[in-house]
Design a protein. Structure first.
Length: 303
């Protein structure tokens, strides 16, 4: 099952994607998080009701599948060893030893945009805008201190994310990543949530192209810490709620690690695709994101 949130006359609706068609549930069925909480079987039953309306997928606008967040997006760093290695000596004094457990951080929900939305870029905010293709999961059942053996039972489904990052902001704020990962409207998600029964997750191939050139390409089974381990570690003494989003790390090929470095600029187009998960397609556009701030531009040295 593939579930999408779409905008129909500006109103978010949830539906099941079937080839070039989407079968829309009535508004009364609730948003995506509400439906996930009902469970797979209940959603299947709802889709069999006569109130479900089918229409061409081309006739709706795809939005981020999750629209309602009760916490920050949960994120994983350095989860492909080749990515960890490629950035050695390029972290501007923030190098660390190879971790023995997953590295976690969060980013603000206001970063989230739809799978085809433009990404605004403001050089005042950052001079080093970078891409990160990732597989994301959404939690389907509340859990705390779950074992690795049972962790995947708590995953409702999988989708794609682009953890667009501002590398200079990552370095600016004491070595933590929240600020350099949390600029508004910079993380595309989607295009839909795919349930595990449709996927061979370890064999998912994740790819990103920039202006048609391949920049990232890896299999999920190359993760340093598999998804079940990520969930077990995150839930260790910490409750994960229905609808929580976890992005699982990016593979090698980021712009900051290249020689010379490749940073995003207005006019660029990124396409992220993965086996069975569809694609994100996003243009980078010039935007004024800094408004009336008195914070010094990141594009020039501080006074």
């Amino acid at each position: 099952m593939k579930l999408a949130t779409v905008l129909l006359a500006g109103v978010p609706r949830v539906g099941a994607v079937e080839s070039e068609t989407i079968r829309l549930l009535p508004e009364a069925a609730g948003d995506m998080v509400t439906l996930i909480g009902k469970g797979h079987a209940a959603i299947v039953a709802l889709l069999s009701e006569p109130s479900v309306v089918a229409m061409p997928l081309a006739g709706v606008t795809l939005a981020a599948p999750i629209q309602r967040f009760t916490r920050d997006v949960l994120c994983t760093g350095w989860n492909y060893w080749a990515h960890f290695e490629e950035s050695k000596g390029k972290r501007e004094g923030q190098d660390v030893d190879k971790p023995n457990a997953p590295t976690f951080f969060t980013k603000a929900p206001n970063t989230v945009i739809g799978p085809n939305d433009d990404i605004g870029l403001d050089p005042h905010i950052s001079a080093k805008w970078d891409y990160e293709a990732e597989v994301a999961i959404v939690i389907g059942k509340r859990c705390r201190s779950v074992s690795q053996a049972k962790a995947l039972d708590h995953v409702f489904g999988y989708f794609l994310a682009n953890d667009v990052s501002q590398r200079d902001l990552q370095r600016r704020h004491g070595g933590q990543w929240l600020k350099g990962k949390s600029i508004d409207k910079t993380m595309p998600m989607g295009p839909w949530i795919v349930t595990p029964d449709e996927l061979d997750v370890p064999e998912i191939r994740l790819q990103l192209t920039l202006n048609g050139e391949e920049m990232q390409n890896a299999l999920v089974k190359q993760m340093a810490f598999p998804i079940a381990e990520l969930i077990a570690e995150l839930s260790f003494g910490m409750t994960l709620e229905v609808g929580d989003v976890i992005i699982t790390g990016t593979p090698q090929g980021i712009g900051n690690a290249r020689e010379p470095a490749v940073f995003l600029k207005p006019g660029d187009e990124m396409v992220i695709s993965a086996t069975g998960l569809g694609e994100l397609r996003n243009r980078v556009v010039a935007a004024d994101l800094h408004g009336s701030t008195d914070i010094t531009s990141m594009s020039q040295p501080a006074a």
